[in-house]
Design a protein. Structure first.
Length: 77
């Protein structure tokens, strides 16, 4: 079980094992979600971490190509 201490000023340190599991970095934000069992920590990942996550091998698409694809997808049944 992982624990941390709560200070008089309402602060606690998120233990290293939790930070590693949630992939938290300096400056990241977390959300607290309450349910009937207690509270859950949710790591809010900045959009910048998505850079490069989608791999595409091929010629870059133009804005016209992208718009045509959106239109084609929107009109399919």
């Amino acid at each position: 079980m992982i624990e941390s201490t709560f200070t008089a000023s309402g602060r606690t340190t998120i233990p290293k094992a939790v930070r590693l599991k949630l992939n938290l970095k300096d400056g990241d934000r977390i959300r607290y979600e309450f349910d009937e069992d207690g509270v859950r920590l949710i790591a809010l990942q900045p959009i910048s971490r998505l850079a490069g996550c989608l791999k595409f091998d091929g010629k870059a698409k133009t804005l016209r190509d992208i718009e045509a694809g959106i239109i084609a997808g929107a009109t399919e049944d």
